[in-house]
Design a binder for this molecule. Structure first.
Ligand code: URA
Length: 264
C-alpha cells in the first residue's frame, strides 16, 4: 500500500495533509525519515511513525451501535452528545455514521471508516430496506395500511413515500396499553390520554428521507411517540447490546450489508 493512503486510512490526516507531513520529514518508516508520499510500504511488517509515535492502522472497521434517544447522528455538535462520544478514542478515529437517525430515535446505527461501503448502502438506487418499530397515537386500519403501501404524500413536490411492509403489533386505547408503552421520553398528548387510541407496529421502507417514518405515519393520522430502527437489509440489531453499546459486525452481517449496498 502507498504510504499516504496508509496514513490517511489510519486517520493521521487527509490525504493532502499527510502528503505534507511526509514531505516535511514528520514520518518515518522503520526508523528512517522518508520524503516520498507514494512510497510502497509493507503494511503488515513496516513500522510507521508520525512525530515519533507509532501509527495505528486498524484497517476497515464496521460497528453495530445501539443508539439511545438524546444523542445526535453527527460527528460534532455544540449542544448535544454525538453518537461518536459512545466510542472509545481508538475506535473514533476516522469513524462516521452510515446515514442518520433523529435525536429521539433509538436503535440500529452502523458506523464505519469505509466510505465505499457507506456510499453503497446510502445510494437511493440500492433500495436498502430498513425496518422501524413504532408506538404512535392514532389508529391504523386496513385503509390506512393500504395507503401506506400505495404511497402517501409527505411533502410538497416530493414523490410519494411507500411502505415496503407495514405490520400492526398492538392497537387499542392508551388506558389498556399504556403499560406496554414502556419507553421513556414519551411525547405529551394534549387530549384526554385515556381515551386516546394507540398503535404499535413495524414499518419497513427502502428510502432514507428526513423524518420519513414520522411523516408517513402522520400522513395517515398517526403521531409517532417512539421510534426504534430494528434492522437494516435483513440484519437485526443485537438485542444483547444495551443502549449506548456497540460491537463489530460479524462476518455474516458484514457480508449481507455489503451485498445490499452493491449493484447487481
Ligand atoms: N424516520 C424517521 O422519522 N426518523 C428516523 O430517525 C428514521 C426514520
Amino acid at each position: 500500500m502507498k504510504l499516504d493512503k496508509y496514513l490517511a486510512e489510519a486517520a493521521v490526516g487527509t490525504r493532502k495533509l499527510v502528503r505534507n507531513y511526509v514531505k516535511a520529514g514528520k514520518i518515518t518508516v522503520n526508523g528512517q525519515a522518508v520524503l516520498e508520499p507514494a512510497l510502497e510500504i509493507d503494511e503488515n511488517n513496516d513500522i510507521i511513525e508520525y512525530l515519533g509515535e507509532a501509527v495505528i492502522h486498524l484497517g476497515k472497521i464496521y460497528f453495530m451501535f445501539h443508539k439511545p434517544s438524546g444523542c445526535v447522528t453527527a460527528r460534532k455538535d455544540e449542544e448535544n452528545p454525538t453518537v461518536l462520544e459512545y466510542f472509545s478514542p481508538e475506535h473514533q478515529k476516522g469513524l462516521f455514521p452510515v446515514g442518520r437517525l433523529d435525536k429521539d430515535t433509538e436503535g440500529f446505527l452502523l458506523l464505519t471508516n469505509d466510505g465505499e461501503f457507506s456510499h453503497g448502502l446510502m445510494h437511493p438506487k440500492q433500495h436498502v430496506e430498513k425496518t422501524y418499530f413504532f408506538w404512535a397515537y392514532g389508529t391504523l386500519d386496513e385503509e390506512a395500511m393500504e395507503s401506506l403501501k400505495l404511497g402517501v404524500i409527505i411533502g410538497d413536490e416530493e414523490e410519494l413515500a411507500k411502505a415496503i411492509k407495514i405490520e400492526v403489533k398492538e392497537q387499542g386505547r392508551y388506558q389498556e396499553l399504556k403499560d406496554n408503552m414502556n419507553f421513556v421520553n414519551r411525547k405529551e398528548i394534549r387530549i384526554n390520554p385515556y381515551e386516546q387510541s394507540v398503535v404499535s407496529g413495524y414499518l419497513t421502507i427502502s428510502e432514507g428521507r428526513k423524518h420519513q417514518v414520522k411523516r408517513m405515519l402522520k400522513a395517515v393520522g398517526c403521531y409517532v411517540a417512539y421510534l426504534k430502527r430494528v434492522s437494516i437489509a435483513g440484519v437485526y440489531l443485537d438485542e444483547t447490546l444495551e443502549q449506548g453499546q456497540y460491537r463489530e459486525l460479524t462476518s455474516e452481517e458484514l457480508k449481507a450489508l455489503s451485498m445490499a449496498g452493491k449493484s447487481e
